[in-house]
Design a protein around this ligand. Structure first.
Ligand code: FAD
Length: 466
């Protein structure tokens, strides 16, 4: 059997590429080393983290919000085992869904570790050690990423955990130290704080959410602090000492100064992710990588070796599931002779905390650095009817529009449902909209999305409800 395309890795990049390739008539196979499809995202990333964020949010709501709504439920209790079973149900539903879609699209799925023996040949090693060679015209590497490790710090997934271990704790740690104030650290920190942990976040930089708009990050930090998060910013972790049931974390000011040691029951290392290319045989093939270990590709996702392509977390760009998916569609279309492409200027990012944080396009810092003149329209949720009616008034919408053309360059939302509302900005920006276009589009009342319209009106200083 010879294929048109073999995809190595069935995360959001790989399985989506395979489905699109099959839709376009390419004879396609996938190779996956996990027992289930869906990659990091469905098994140990997006999906389980959102399940636990949902469950822990419901618990916190029952604890703090229900009484005000006139609902009495007594004192809510957490059953961690049951909560984890709920999470697993979500994982199973999604991974089985991918298995079904692969079958539906007549994609051959091989479970085992893939290695590129040569251009046009993928060797698959099954769990029992048996090997087979598959022949193909094209190979797509979609092997994703792995947890970034701190030098000298051993992750045992019990006391010192990565995101994977933090999604599987058997009990609620009294004290949780999160190393890294990025999206994953703040989301998983939120889960365990809501369930009762004292959470301290240690971050090397002097701000949280590096890369996101500075004003949004500052406000978000204030909100998290109000919820009980403790932050040690501008702090460098120099040592993590591990006992059987607890750990110590030694930190020093990043700028230099006296060290301090803090104790925890669980330490979560959430300092980022690194591309995963182990065992693929890239060096033997001479496939080029950048200094950060990411596979180098051209604008058509081709590596420097003809017939070998790469997408998703394993190449440059934001490590996000939807970025990997869009690249999967684009590369399949290119291989089928169509004009697939990804607009990297309009890839949204969401932090699924409460409130949510969502952004698309440029931050104020990026526009300043690029010397682009812009106008700002801002609207707070304290002035939004829906937000006021349900008591979720934290946050605001900020629109950055080109000063000369009014074209929307960036939209930043912090507030309830930000992760949904951001998509109207995504569509608007994809169509090259001006803030005037958003301001003139009718928005249903009462919705959180009305704050997006008001922020667009505010660009020309004509918001109605402010
Ligand atoms: C805790 C957490 C939460 C996250 N939340 C979000 C979120 O809310 N939204 C979002 O957009 N992103 C989120 N992400 C990031 C998201 O999971 C990744 O960006 C996404 O999974 C990347 O997709 P991918 O297809 O490139 O790779 P992956 O999903 O990593 O999939 C790669 C697959 O390749 C397989 N593989 C690797 N090597 C081989 C080999 N040699 N042979 C066979 N198979 C192989 C792996 O087993 C894996 O299944 C989160 C990540 C984590 C860790």
């Amino acid at each position: 059997m010879s294929y048109d395309l073999i995809v190595i890795g069935t995360g959001p990049g790989g399985y989506v590429a395979a489905i699109r390739a099959a839709q376009l008539g390419l004879k396609t196979a996938v190779v996956e080393k996990r027992k289930t499809h869906g990659g990091t995202c469905l098994n140990v990333g997006c999906i389980p983290s959102k399940a636990l964020l949902h469950a822990s949010h419901a618990f916190e709501d029952a604890n703090t919000h229900f009484d005000k709504l006139g609902i009495s439920v007594g004192t809510p209790k957490v059953d961690v085992k049951k909560m984890m079973a709920f999470k697993q149900e979500g994982i199973d539903g999604n991974t089985k869904g991918v298995e079904f879609l692969l079958k539906k699209n007549k994609i051959d799925a091989f479970l085992g570790t893939g290695r590129i023996a040569a251009a046009g040949q993928v060797e698959v090693t099954a769990e029992d050690g048996s090997k087979q060679i598959l022949e193909t015209k094209n190979i797509l590497i979609a092997t994703g990423s792995d947890v970034a490790r701190l030098p000298g710090v051993e992750i045992d997934e019990k006391v010192v955990v990565s995101s994977t271990g933090a999604l599987e704790l058997e009990s609620i740690p009294k004290r949780l130290i999160v190393i890294g104030a990025g999206v994953i650290g703040l989301e998983l920190g939120s889960v365990w704080r809501r369930l009762g942990s004292e959470v301290t976040v240690v971050e090397y930089l002097d701000r949280i959410l590096p890369g996101m708009d500075g004003e949004v990050a500052k406000n978000f930090q204030r909100m998290l602090s109000k919820q009980g998060f403790a932050f040690k910013l501008g702090s460098k972790v120099t040592k993590v000492g591990k006992g059987a049931k607890s750990a110590t974390v030694t930190i020093e000011p990043a700028a230099g100064g006296a060290a301090e040691t803090i104790e925890a029951d669980v330490v979560l290392v959430a300092i980022g992710r690194v591309p995963y290319t182990q065992g693929l045989g890239l060096d033997e093939l001479g496939i080029q990588k950048d200094p950060r270990g990411r596979i180098l590709t051209d604008a058509h996702f081709s590596t420097n070796v003809t017939g070998i392509y790469a997408i998703g977390d394993v190449i440059a760009g934001p490590m996000l599931a939807h970025k990997a998916e869009d690249e999967g569609v684009a590369v399949a279309e290119i291989l089928a002779g169509k004009a697939g492409h990804v607009n990297y200027d309009v890839i949204p990012g969401v932090v699924y905390t409460a409130p949510e944080v969502a952004a698309v396009g440029k931050t104020e810092e990026e526009l300043k650095a690029a010397g682009i003149a812009y106008n700002v329209g801002k609207f707070p949720f304290t002035a939004n009817g829906r937000a006021k009616s349900i008591g979720l008034t934290e946050g605001f919408v900020k629109i950055l529009a080109d000063a000369a053309t009014d074209k929307v360059l960036g939209v930043h939302i912090i507030g309830a449902t930000a992760g949904e509302s951001i998509h109207e900005a995504v569509i608007a920006m994809e169509f090259g909209a001006s803030s005037e276009d958003i301001a003139r589009s009718c928005h249903a009342h009462p919705t959180f999305a009305e704050a997006v319209k008001e922020a667009a009106l505010a660009v020309e200083k004509r918001a109605i409800h402010m």
